[in-house]
Design a protein around this ligand. Structure first.
Ligand code: IMP
Length: 200
């Protein structure tokens, strides 16, 4: 089955393809000639995932899904959350985001908030023949004192999953997929698609 995945992030596309398996062919919007940014104006992960999926459905009328992921840090009241991509500013990348996160946690520790507990949360919105379906995945863990590892992307070098002593950037993509927020949401999506009646 062909399905459009609303992302321009090749890391995400590779992760999603691995989680979904060979019976699904993921198409990235740029392969369909879409060059503009897909809008993402919501103030929740779910609203953003829905907005991105609806944008593609309206544009192409083909089965599609979008994900939105946020990092929720307890000592920061759940920040950066839905603003994870723009945490250090609209035009800043992952390095600046991680630098800001470490600085904010240091400031929080000075105020007595010493917890490093955090979680990644993913919401996936699927539009299948015009109907919306939602899937979720969560990965609990903590924020490391410093970056380690070069695998993965985003905040991976700072995130140590519960039960691990390494960051997500120090483990293989297969291992990350087996435990990750996105892996869980993608497997729920894949399970749902596999269980559809064949006639659809
Ligand atoms: P979005 O879902 O692409 O909007 O991602 C929001 C922010 O979280 C971006 O800064 C991403 O780099 C980061 N992010 C998303 N997924 C992951 C992940 O699996 N690991 C680390 N960072 C991630």
């Amino acid at each position: 089955m062909e399905i459009i995945f609303a992302t321009g992030n090749t890391h995400k596309a590779v992760e999603a393809q691995k989680a979904l398996g060979d019976s699904f062919t993921l198409i990235m919007p740029k392969e369909l000639g879409l060059t503009e940014e897909i809008p993402e104006n919501g103030d929740t992960l779910q609203a953003n995932a829905i907005e991105k999926a609806e944008y593609l459905w309206k544009r192409f009328g083909k089965n599609c899904f979008a994900d939105d992921t946020g990092l929720e840090v307890d000592a920061l009241g759940g920040a950066p959350g839905v603003y994870s991509a723009r945490y250090a500013g609209p035009d800043k990348g992952s390095e600046a985001n991680m630098t800001k996160l470490l600085a904010e946690l240091e400031a929080a520790a000075k105020r007595g908030e010493t917890s490093r507990k955090a979680r990644f949360r993913t919401v996936v919105a699927l539009i299948l023949e015009g109907e919306m379906h939602l899937f979720n995945g969560v990965l609990e863990g903590e924020i490391a004192l410093q970056r380690s590892g070069s695998e993965g992307f985003g905040y991976d070098p700072l995130f140590i999953p519960d039960g691990y002593t390494k960051t997500l950037a120090e483990i293989s993509l297969d291992e990350k997929n087996a435990i990750s927020h996105r892996g869980k949401a993608m497997r729920a999506l894949a399970e749902f698609l596999r269980c559809l009646p064949k006639a659809r």
